[in-house]
Design a protein around this ligand. Structure first.
Ligand code: DGI
Ligand code: FE
Ligand code: FE
Length: 190
């Protein structure tokens, strides 16, 4: 059974279409940035596998698989699907590629020290074909500049949106943002 058939019954058509498009975008980015295209396709299609689970389903999975979660993660429902998604892919689909698992685990918040595949999934999620939020054109332009430029743009976009809504910002998002600020400073000093 292909990955498409696995995710299809777990979500509505809209989300399914998003996953297909993220998979396609991830494959294109992998080709461009020298990453394994097949891995990028798989991680892309599976990245939101538990997105439509209920809050109780997320919590049950976290208990069942003994996953460490912070209070902020527990109280922010949107952050749970990347945690349970990665656990689902590991424990139920028996996919053991750590890079694929991490690219799902960190696709919502990002984290410092992201691998190329993690960056690709993080960025593909922002620029997949059906995305039409305000600012998507700017994000697509950043992708043309480079992968790190797009990751940094995505982190800034997320933090700005969360600040506007007075929502908590996950520590991994902040640490990833700080890492890029530092990198950009060094680039300028060269
Ligand atoms: O699953 P998708 O909708 O395709 O996209 P996603 O996994 O990037 O989730 C986006 C949502 O997650 C969006 O509503 C913002 C929220 N989010 C991302 N990072 C953080 C966050 N919410 C909080 N509270 N804190 C974060 O650091
Ligand atoms: Fe997601
Ligand atoms: Fe997504």
């Amino acid at each position: 059974m292909g990955c498409k058939d696995i995710i299809k019954p777990l979500m509505g058509n809209k989300r399914f279409n998003h996953c297909i498009n993220v998979s396609k975008a991830a494959q294109i980015l992998a080709k461009r940035f020298g990453e394994d295209e097949n891995k990028a396709k798989i991680a892309g299609i599976l990245h939101d596998i538990t997105k439509e689970f209920s809050y109780d389903e997320h919590i049950n999975m976290i208990k069942k698989f003994n996953i460490d979660v912070s209070n902020l993660e527990i109280s922010t429902e949107k952050l749970l699907h990347s945690i349970t998604g990665s656990a689902y892919v590991k424990n139920i689909l028996n996919i053991n590629d750590n890079d694929i698992l991490n690219s799902i685990r960190y696709h919502t918040t990002g984290r410092p020290g992201m691998s190329t595949l993690e960056k690709i999934i993080f960025v593909a999620d922002f620029v997949s074909d059906e995305r039409d939020y305000q600012g998507v054109d700017e994000m697509r332009k950043l992708v043309d500049k480079g992968l790190d430029e797009a990751v940094f743009g995505g982190l800034c976009f997320t933090i700005e949106a969360l600040l506007k809504s007075k929502l908590p910002i996950h520590i991994n998002t902040v640490l990833a943002y700080n890492e890029y600020v530092e990198k950009n400073k060094k680039g300028k000093n060269k």
